[in-house]
Design a protein around this ligand. Sequence first.
Ligand code: TYD
Length: 215
Amino acid sequence: MAARFITFEGGEGAGKSTQIRQLAARLRERDIPVIETREPGGTEAAEAIRSLLLSGSIKSLGPEAEALMFAAARVDHVDRLIRPALARGDWVLCDRFFDSTRVYQGEAGGVGPAMLDSLERIAVGRCRPDLTLVLDLPAEVGLGRVTSRLKESGDQPDRFEVEDVDLHERRRLAFISIAARAPERCVVVNADRPEAAVAEDVWRVVDLRFLQEAA
Ligand code: TYD
């Protein structure tokens, strides 16, 4: 069976990491080798860039410089982790990928499409996701989840979590519009439901697209 590259996208608190964990477990039950990773991050260099980006210390450089940094992290992540894993036959489940740059730095950040296209060509090349699951929920609900998570852990919100609800809602619409423009790659899943119900939908999509087709 061919290795598959699946990305999860959506706003803050959409439950991407939980859903990735659950999907990975279900795939492993079927003896499918899976790698779970995230952006920004996934490799040592990319995780170093992540700390810089999420700390907010380079926010003042503006969205174009941030887009460059996200792309720099992605170059390393794709070259050293994602492409080799797929070549070995491992499935790759990735928490955020280039759609996040299009949404956060692009449609909601003002970085133009020409620059985003170039960055995508450089960082992603032909290593495009086979499937992107967009976990959709009202920004207010997602931010509420983030707030309770932070309260439990005692952590501080990151550079993006502190932004206002209108901006988060614009990002939500931007994800939906990306999905509408790429229906062959993207599936929108209603994430404003209990974890198990969302996981069932995610599984149904993956099973139908990749497993039944291979059977
Ligand atoms: P993270 O803690 O992983 O957030 P989440 O749990 O919501 O995925 O932090 C990643 C943050 O970086 C998130 O707010 C989105 C932002 N981001 C961008 O702005 N551009 C990008 O290209 C990527 C990959 C993430």
